[in-house]
Write a protein that binds this ligand. Structure first.
Ligand code: G3P
Ligand code: MG
Length: 240
């Protein structure tokens, strides 16, 4: 069962920074989840929101800022001054900082679809990441565009309302690798059925120990959490 650090170890470090990803690994994460947008000069940038207002000491939309401008922002101090000087990472920098086979869940937030599809495929190929990345999104279109352009890529669908996942695969003729439901949609029968249908199941975002234990018992494929250290202790105790 994967222990997937949400935005790294976002409960204890500034989300979506290298410090957060490295802390997640130190705490026992066996995968990380991160969010991406495209900068004004066409680079894939790791950040949750479309603007840098909430998670840095600067302001502006990522789509309007160049990498040089984005790199001037401090992405750590807002969280805790111990993280002063953390920078917004490029996706390529995260790939370089993690072992090449370390699983990374890249969630596409950007709506610049054609650009993000081409850039992401090129980056994954250049960094030999095709087999260690799962690309997820709440948008079907970008996932299917990716899969059509590069059939090797593993795609996962995010959702927070019930969906008919069997019908989805039929209509689109493109096989999803994984389903990423909000955790409230998942119970024992749901997990069993999704996995019997041949999908990996990665619910999000679970920080509560009781819910973590239930999902471990329900044998989901992985749990996305802001506290990978907490989940690691439960996984060790349950021998998973
Ligand atoms: O990938 C799971 C989760 O990250 C989806 O929601 O808003 O935290 O990116 P959000
Ligand atoms: Mg996310």
């Amino acid at each position: 069962m994967l222990n997937i650090g949400h935005r790294g170890a976002a409960g204890e470090a500034p989300e979506n920074t290298l410090a957060s990803f490295l802390l997640a690994i130190k705490q026992g994460a066996t995968a990380i989840e991160l969010d991406v947008h495209v900068s004004a000069d066409g680079e894939i940038v790791v950040c949750h929101d479309a603007t840098i207002d909430r998670t840095t000491d600067s302001r502006g939309a990522i789509a309007d800022l160049t990498v040089e401008q984005l790199k001037q922002a401090d992405a750590g101090r807002w969280f805790n001054k111990a993280f002063t000087n953390e920078r917004i990472p490029l996706l390529g920098e995260v790939f370089d900082a993690m072992p090449v086979d370390f699983p990374i869940n890249v969630e596409i937030k950007s709506n610049k679809h054609p650009q993000v599809v081409q850039k992401l495929i090129a980056l994954m190929q250049n960094k030999a990441r095709t087999n260690s990345v799962i690309v997820s999104s709440f948008g079907y279109e970008v996932l299917y565009a990716l899969k059509r352009a590069e059939p090797e890529i593993r795609i996962g669908l995010l959702y927070d309302k019930p969906i008919d996942y069997r019908a989805l695969a039929e209509w689109n003729k493109v096989k999803l690798y994984s389903l990423h439901p909000h955790y409230k949609l998942v119970n024992h029968d749901y997990a069993k059925d999704v996995i019997a249908q041949g999908y990996m199941l990665y619910p999000w975002t679970i920080d509560n120990e009781v819910r973590m234990k239930e999902l471990i018992e329900n044998q989901v494929s992985g749990i996305i959490t802001n506290f990978p250290g907490r989940l690691n202790q439960l996984l060790v105790a349950s021998d998973q």
